[in-house]
Design a binder for this molecule. Structure first.
Ligand SMILES: *[C@@H]1O[C@H](CO)[C@@H](O)[C@H](O)[C@H]1NC(C)=O
Ligand SMILES: *[C@@H]1O[C@H](CO)[C@@H](O)[C@H](O)[C@H]1NC(C)=O
Ligand SMILES: *[C@@H]1O[C@H](CO)[C@@H](O)[C@H](O)[C@H]1NC(C)=O
Ligand SMILES: *[C@@H]1O[C@H](CO)[C@@H](O)[C@H](O)[C@H]1NC(C)=O
Ligand SMILES: *[C@@H]1O[C@H](CO)[C@@H](O)[C@H](O)[C@H]1NC(C)=O
Length: 202
């Protein structure tokens, strides 16, 4: 009985020692959805984020960001135009931000966030768009669209016009060839408007 109790106490002490002392149950986790894409026009501000959880850890996250160059993820140099931020979400959970204050075309690329030395996130795609080029292409597609709506009308109009022309020509031709066959009352000869209602005898 005494031996059993001693063993139980020893186990309890052991468990407390491992959880309290070292970080054996600390599980750093970085959450970034696959194929996360952030888009921004040049010379604007862009904030990209990743979520970090440190379940069972007794410390704050140690976040760093890197940019992929081939297979190598190069540590970012935080400068006047790149900054980092961290926000508490709940216990053991944080949101880490990388902020481009005035983004340039060279910032286009793949980024990862890291926690400590071991945890690395999926790549985050940053696409910087050229504002001027985008506007030009949008304007061009706009003018294209402006003409597009005319398409059916042009079609219909030319169709109606063609039918009209064919009818007129056939009518004139018919009138010309049958003129001699028409026997009209004298007063109708000069009034072409009434020709349609003429009854003719051959
Ligand atoms: C950034 O945060 C938003 C919520 O604020 C979330 O929906 C999105 O998935 C996060 N993006 C990344 C890459 O973690
Ligand atoms: C990326 O890697 C290439 C070689 O693979 C190197 O020439 C180039 O300088 C690197 N770029 C940066 C920004 O480190
Ligand atoms: C940061 O600076 C170091 C040394 O100045 C350089 O080797 C490295 O390529 C830079 N990182 C990036 C992402 O440009
Ligand atoms: C952003 O950078 C461009 C050059 O890339 C510079 O001309 C512009 O003044 C900068 N804007 C701000 C607000 O710093
Ligand atoms: C595109 O069109 C808008 C007006 O529709 C105009 O204000 C703008 O300057 C144009 N952009 C370019 C690059 O031509």
């Amino acid at each position: 009985m005494i031996i059993q109790a001693t063993i139980l106490i020893l186990i309890c002490v052991n468990v407390i020692a491992t959880t309290n002392g070292t970080e054996m149950n600390c599980v750093p986790l970085i959450r970034v959805p696959r194929n996360s894409v952030f888009r921004a026009p040049v010379m604007t501000k862009l904030k990209i984020n990743c979520t970090i959880t440190l379940d069972g850890c007794h410390r704050n996250p140690r976040v760093s960001w890197c940019k992929l160059n081939g297979s190598e993820c190069k540590a970012l140099n935080y400068s006047h135009h790149i900054r980092t931020e961290r926000k508490d979400i709940k216990k053991h959970e944080w949101m880490a931000f990388l902020i481009f204050l005035n983004i340039s075309m060279e910032d286009t690329g793949l980024y990862r966030c890291k926690e400590g030395d071991t945890s690395v996130s999926h790549a985050i795609i940053v696409t910087v768009t050229d504002k001027y080029k985008d506007e030009v292409s949008r304007n061009q597609s706009n003018t294209h669209d402006d003409l597009k709506w005319l398409g059916p009308y042009v079609y219909i109009c030319s169709g109606v016009g063609l039918v009209f022309i064919v009818m007129t020509v056939s009518f004139l031709y018919y009138m010309d060839t049958h003129k001699k066959d028409l026997i009209l009352p004298p007063h109708l000869y000069l009034n072409s408007d009434l020709l349609t209602s003429v009854v003719y005898r051959v």
